[in-house]
Ligand binder design. Structure first.
Ligand code: NVA
Length: 313
């Protein structure tokens, strides 16, 4: 049966660890041999973008090339999904000709509908609700640096009601990582996401905490994470948000409350002087470029896994 990846919760703890491990192996294979085995020879990925993209677009396309397959890019002007043609018709046509689909969309419900009508796996390349591919690369980065996940503490500062925070909270809870967000009121994690995360956390002996106090959040943290205050689709709130969020900017002072060996993470695009100072994001604790490059290695693991998922039941 085909397996979709619409939410990070579509993977169990065992599957996430398997994918991190596979990504490490594929990365090592590429570095030591200068190429990967063509695990996806003759396979085609269709990429649908309703929003701009740098890391997602490049990493998926390069991943397919390096694994011996091919990627097709469809912009809104090409297909007009849900306008020129229904989501169901687009999905049925694409899945009859290509092997896997990745879509970046405004509404999460669009990608759910795409998956319902597709006979091949569908990957969420970012929706208003989740950004699970980003989080796989983040976990790979955290594992490379910290060597395990157990007992870590991630502090997230800024807009907690966004796709990155949602997937990060859920992933942390699945893996047993303590996760604390500090955000202004009105920008806390969506209720159903935080309830799901707390359920997983209870089972996996970790805590999911929400606060409006950035210092409380970062105390003794192993990882400080932030994202833009104005996600794609939130542009109309820009002026309002720029007034509300400055208390949650990641500064050197904020970093000083975390552990000495804490790392700084950001999924990018980053806005220096808004959610983070240039001193922090360009400083020695920042791992943002390792994190960005890991999109490629994590994406490869995901593609190989979804196209051969019978290997792990
Ligand atoms: N939260 C951001 C992530 C960008 C990769 C956005 O949705 O714009």
């Amino acid at each position: 049966m085909k397996k979709d990846f619409l939410s990070i919760t579509d993977l169990s703890k065992k599957e996430i660890i398997y994918l991190v491990d596979l990504a490490i192996n594929l990365k090592e294979e590429l570095i030591s041999n200068g190429e990967n085995i063509p695990y996806l020879k003759n396979k085609t990925l269709t990429m649908i973008f309703e929003k701009p993209s740098l890391r997602t677009r490049v990493s998926f396309e390069v991943a397919m090339t390096q694994l011996g397959g091919h990627a097709i890019n469809l912009s809104p002007a090409d297909i007009g999904i849900g306008k020129r043609e229904s989501i169901a018709d687009v999905s049925k046509v694409i899945s009859s000709m290509t092997d896997i689909i990745m879509a970046r969309v405004f509404k999460h419900s669009l990608i759910e509908e795409l998956a319902i009508h597709s006979s091949v796996p569908v990957i969420n390349g970012l929706s208003d609700l989740e950004h699970p591919c980003q989080i796989l690369a983040d976990l790979l980065t955290i594992y490379e640096i910290k060597k395990n996940f157990d007992g870590l503490k991630i502090a997230y500062l800024g807009d907690s009601e966004n796709n990155v925070t949602h997937s990060l909270a859920l992933a942390s809870a699945i893996l047993g990582i303590n996760f604390i967000t500090a955000s202004p009121s009105g920008y806390w994690t969506k209720k159903n996401i935080s309830q799901t995360a707390k359920k997983f956390a209870k089972k996996n002996n970790c805590q999911i905490i929400e606060t409006d106090d950035p210092i409380k959040a970062v105390k003794n943290a192993d990882i400080i994470y932030t994202d833009t205050w104005i996600s794609m689709g939130d542009e109309s709130e820009k002026e309002k948000r720029l007034k509300i969020f400055p208390k949650y900017q990641v500064t050197s002072k904020i970093m000083s409350f975390a552990k000495k060996d804490a790392i700084f993470m950001h999924d990018m695009p980053a806005y220096r002087g808004q959610e983070v100072t240039a001193e922090v994001i360009d400083g020695k604790q920042s791992v943002i470029f390792q994190q960005a490059e890991n999109r490629l290695h994590a994406q490869k693991a995901l593609l190989v896994y979804l196209l051969n998922n019978s290997k792990l039941s």
